[in-house]
Ligand binder design. Structure first.
Ligand code: SF4
Length: 332
């Protein structure tokens, strides 16, 4: 069975073996980030709706469970847009807990809907929340996140602080830096003050490593990342991490490079199975062959063969970024 809403599991630096759930099924988001790997937000909204019914997601997950080759360390709610926009998110979290009673649930979110009491209440049942905030400077937010007109910096920060007061699980905050856009001293100072108040369990400072919506968006240097890590981690309650990672926060813990790996050590899957997994993965964000091999744990030569066949079938295309070929699905 091909899945529309279940993807992975793949290895993630922060969550281990993570099985992803797509809660919106399309590029539906309250932000339109310039670095988004999914592409331009097609529906910019803060309206909560059952974009994908919980029953459909849980039916796929139940089927996946009957065929699962391995048990995931986490089930992670994310997807091609903002998962908290799904008004049935609470039912999804509850359903996941019933299907996988011993597996923690993580939620990747862009932090924009914490002002909504229903969202905060639904998220209380999760075990780890991974919110992201890129900037607390209003002009920078308009530039990097291009948010829905009803949103502003204060709505994000006050909502997240209110949630922290109620939540007993872990909070891993992420900040993504784009060169010349949100890497200002002003932003660093404001974030440091906010993090000191929020006291998340972990802070990740990341930059882009894959193509985003805008070609002009580019990563900051390793020195910059290091400086930000030092400052923001000292303000947090736990050790922070600093790494180059994927550019879509909703993808990060579902698809993340895990450092040095022998790319031929992955699974020798039958070609149709590899093609299905790869197509599912690149339909969410562009990736190179080594990134796919690492994330999906498929031997690189099998990935190469599957990519070749998918190209011949006109199901994928690629874009060159420097020497790297980033594959993405052909959108209908
Ligand atoms: S990067 Fe994430 S938050 Fe930003 S537009 Fe893409 S899906 Fe939405």
């Amino acid at each position: 069975m091909g899945y529309k809403y279940v993807f992975g599991p793949v290895h993630s630096g922060r969550l281990g073996l993570s099985l992803g759930l797509d809660l919106v099924g399309d590029a539906i988001c309250s932000l339109d980030c310039i670095y988004c790997e999914v592409g331009k937000t097609t529906c910019l909204t803060t309206e909560r709706k059952a974009y994908v019914p919980a029953a459909d997601i849980l039916a796929e997950l139940a089927d996946w469970k009957t065929r699962a080759p391995q048990h995931p360390d986490f089930v992670t709610l994310g997807g091609q847009g903002e998962p908290t926009l799904n008004s049935e998110m609470g039912a999804v979290i509850h359903g996941v807990k019933k299907l996988f009673p011993n597996t923690p649930v993580a939620v990747l979110t862009n932090s924009t809907l914490f002002y909504d009491e229903d969202v905060r209440t639904e998220l209380l049942e999760a075990d780890v929340i991974l919110p992201s905030i890129d900037t607390l400077v209003p002009a920078e937010m308009r530039h990097v996140n291009r948010q829905h007109a009803s949103l502003d910096v204060h709505k994000l920060t006050s909502g997240l602080l209110a949630f922290k007061k109620q939540f007993t699980g872990k909070i891993y905050l992420e900040v993504l830096l784009v060169k010349g856009v949100n890497d200002s001293d002003e932003n660093r100072t404001l974030l440091r003050e906010f993090i000191a108040e929020l006291r998340p369990d972990r802070v990740d400072v990341v930059t882009m490593t894959r193509p985003g919506t805008m070609r002009a968006a580019s990563p900051v240097s390793a020195e910059q990342l290091s400086l930000w890590k030092k400052e923001l981690s000292s303000a947090a309650s736990a050790d922070a991490d600093c790494q180059h990672t994927v550019a879509c926060r909703n993808a990060q813990d579902i698809l993340e490079d895990d450092g040095e790996t022998d790319l031929e050590n992955g699974r020798e899957l039958p070609l149709p199975t590899a093609m299905e997994l790869i197509l599912n993965s690149v339909s969410r964000r562009p990736q190179t062959a080594p990134q796919l091999a690492t994330a999906l744990e498929i031997a690189l030569h099998v990935v190469d063969e599957a990519l070749l066949q998918l190209e011949k079938d006109n199901q994928i295309l690629f874009r060159l970024e420097g020497d790297d070929k980033f594959f993405s699905a052909v959108r209908e």
